[in-house]
Design a protein around this ligand. Structure first.
Ligand code: IVH
Length: 699
């Protein structure tokens, strides 16, 4: 058997052309099967296209070796047998791809069209329609007497699969057409998944995997997820995939509307479909001649990253249906249409290293450092591996050849590894147990996918966020210490840990760019003022994971003193109202870090102080155990004031209404929360009633 490299080049000079063709066909068949039938591609499209082109070239040069079973001689893969087969009345054809991705590719197409139509330079320009080339899967929707009766995949172009049940779940697809539609009407278009839906789907998959679900995997790309969704045997699962659809053409149509109102041109046809309720991309546009198509190609290329879904190119179609008819077809492809691609969104590259990055919230993310590769129009050198489970599942190792994907503004990611290219000594990756930035312990809580640095205030990666949180008006409140200033203080290395804030002097502040003396003085004043605080504010300000304002208040009430909170065991913490195992563990982990204890001590040493008390029995609070939701604008109290007063009476304030809510306090312009309270039968009161309630219960 011939040995071939990825591009079908023979690595042995003695291999015959026939052997090379046979090997390429086998290789392409294997990949097409994985891609189209199993939905488990192991090669990026761009590589597949190259192999395909290599075979086409060889067959072109040796037509005597061309056989009907070559992958170049059919449109797609074989249908799966679980679904009923559907024979298309009008075959679902493919379109030629213009291999020249530059603007000259447009010129080539226009020249061919003009030649076929017998037009000369003196004839006017041909009118085209520019469309997006959606990266999903083709679908034929059959309507009989205005009712959707069948949805079929393309299959091999002649026979596809009946996936009606699944397609009916796509809300964008009308189930009924207006009365003026032909008796039999097939609408053709693309089923796809929007990038945001794809990201959400994969996020959900990652969560399931983190929680130990068996047999779950993340999806390689939106097209793959869409194809999997369309081929689900259970329509309920297909519905969860949030499939989308764009219409771009028609198939069977009887009676053919003779010179009817809709179909003189392709554009009119699309507008008719649009008027029937089908999604037609807003970018679809009429273009006069090659020049306007070139502008279209450029314009869409610039928008590509910002589109909410993947496109792999644009499609040009001759607008006049009469001219389309005149042009006809070459084998299985219309002469009146062409696909013009953009740079591929998936490419092969090599992993040079794996680094662990620490995010603003302490989340540790493994990132593959890549040999620079041009993907989706930019050069990529980093790709996220998301978390430990994903890195393990994909088993990415230094030195591996991987498929990297970059689509739109989404962070580039490693899709899969080409295992047959792995070096024998490649080392398995494992997450570090300490934060690579500050050396604090890195922990992964139960049921969570991510490791987090426990360094909190001490960790440089989390510093800005930690300082902003500390200075927040509901925490220790340092007036005027906002985003910009924190950024400068941290970047200039003037503030490394929270206590450094209280060591700031005019000289240090004056050394910063763009800070006027007046603002410097104001900041110093605000810092001085912030030293006098309360225990709940201080506890909340420390930014301990899962410790929100309500928890900080509950802790302060329960323990009275900071030292008691710091010394409390998990069991003792669990006694606090509102504290569950996750919060208790988070508190313990935080205060077990010597760095964090040090920060607290230094803050106290700098003069940050509060009144300490004895443990307060929560039961003594009159509204203890009650849950309030505050919504809308109250006449006299601000939302914060109302919250403080309700909490002071021992009640909890929640953000959303549920059956467990005791009271909803509604002000002007209360919206969905009020409506929900009414639906659930929760007591709704106004501010006046709240004040009465507080007055009657709090002495
Ligand atoms: S027209 C006779 N228009 O690209 C022409 N196809 O081989 C039939 N595609 O898998 C196709 N966007 O699903 C057409 N605006 C568009 C398209 C489009 C994506 C897909 C189509 C097929 C492939 C063409």
């Amino acid at each position: 058997m011939a040995t071939l490299d990825l591009f079908g080049r023979s690595t042995s000079p003695l291999t015959s052309v026939a052997d090379r063709i046979a090997a390429l066909r086998t290789e392409l068949q294997t990949h097409a099967h994985r891609y189209y039938v199993l939905d488990e591609p192991t090669l990026p499209d761009s590589e597949y296209d190259k192999l395909f082109k290599a075979l086409q070239d060889l067959e072109g040069a040796h037509p005597e070796l061309l056989t009907a079973d070559s992958p170049t001689q059919r449109v797609g893969g074989k249908p799966l047998d679980q679904f009923a087969s559907v024979r298309h009345k009008v075959p679902m054809l493919s379109i030629r791809t213009e291999t020249d991705t530059e603007a000259t590719g447009v010129q080539n197409f226009d020249t061919r069209v003009r030649k076929e139509l017998g037009l000369t330079d003196t004839d006017s320009v041909v009118e085209y329609v520019g469309e997006l080339k959606f990266d999903g899967l083709a679908m034929s929707l059959r309507y009989e007497h205005g009712v959707l009766v069948q949805a079929a995949t393309r299959g091999d172009g002649e026979v596809g699969e009946d996936v009606t049940q699944n397609i009916r779940t796509i809300r964008q697809i009308p189930l009924r057409l207006p009365a003026d539609a032909p008796d039999v009407m097939e609408v053709r278009g693309e089923v796809y998944i929007r990038r945001a839906d794809f990201e959400a789907l994969n996020e959900k998959q990652r969560e399931k995997i983190a929680q130990g679900a068996k047999g779950e995997k993340t999806f390689v790309n939106p097209r793959n997820a869409a194809a999997g969704g369309v081929r689900q045997l259970d329509p309920a699962i297909a519905a969860q995939r949030r499939l989308s659809f764009f219409a771009y053409g028609v198939g069977d149509m009887t009676p053919v509307p003779q010179g009817g109102p809709f179909f003189d041109t392709h554009f009119q046809l699309l507008m008719t479909l649009k008027s029937w309720g089908f999604p037609v991309a807003a970018q679809t546009q009429i273009a006069q001649g090659a020049a306007e198509l070139i502008a279209f190609h450029k314009n869409i290329g610039e928008q590509r990253d910002r589109l909410p879904y993947d496109i792999d190119g644009v499609v040009y179609k001759v607008n006049s249906l009469t001219l389309q008819k005149k042009l006809g077809f070459v084998t299985r492809e219309p002469r009146w249409a062409v696909a013009h691609k953009y740079p591929a969104q998936e490419q092969l590259t090599i992993v040079l290293g794996i680094e662990v990055q620490v995010g603003r919230t302490g989340k540790l993310t493994p990132v593959a450092k890549l040999a620079p590769v041009f993907v989706g129009g930019v050069t990529v050198t980093n790709a996220t591996l998301h978390n430990e489970d994903e890195a393990r599942r994909k088993d990415v190792r230094v030195g591996d050849t991987v498929i990297v994907r970059r689509a739109g503004d989404v962070i580039p990611e490693v899709v899969s590894v080409l295992l047959d290219k792995r070096l024998p000594d490649a080392q398995l990756f494992s997450m570090p147990r300490v934060c690579p930035v500050c050396g604090s312990a890195a922990v992964r809580e139960e049921g969570e996918a991510d490791y987090r640095c426990t360094g909190g205030l001490f960790c440089a990666a989390q510093r800005k966020e930690a300082i902003l949180h500390f200075a927040h008006r509901r925490a220790v409140e340092v007036d005027g210490l906002g985003d910009k200033l924190v950024e400068q203080l941290v970047d200039a290395n003037v503030v490394r840990v929270l206590p450094d804030l209280y060591k700031l002097g005019l000289t240090a502040l004056a050394s910063l760019d763009r800070i006027a003396e007046k603002s410097a003085n104001n900041l110093l004043e605000a810092l001085e003022k912030s030293k006098q605080t309360t225990l709940p504010r201080f506890l909340f300000g420390l930014g301990i994971r899962h410790v929100g304002e309500a928890t900080a208040k509950a802790l302060a009430r329960h323990f009275g003193k900071l030292d008691s909170v710091m010394a409390a065991t998990v069991e003792q913490l669990l006694e606090v109202d509102d504290v569950g195992p996750i919060v208790a563990q988070s508190l313990r982990t935080f205060f077990d870090q010597p760095h964090n204890r040090e920060v607290v001590e230094q803050l106290r040493a700098c003069g940050v102080n509060w009144e300490e008390g004895e443990r307060i029995a929560v039961a003594a609070k009159p509204l203890a155990g009650k849950t309030f939701v505050i919504t809308g604008t109250l006449p006299t109290l601000s939302r914060d004031e109302a919250k403080d007063r309700v909490e002071a009476a021992g009640a909890k304030v929640a953000g959303s209404v549920s059956k467990k809510t005791d009271y909803v306090v509604a002000g002007a312009e209360a919206g969905s929360k009020l409506a929900r309270a009414e639906t659930l039968g929760v007591t709704v009161i106004d501010e006046a009633a709240l004040l009465v309630l507080l007055a009657s219960t709090v002495q």
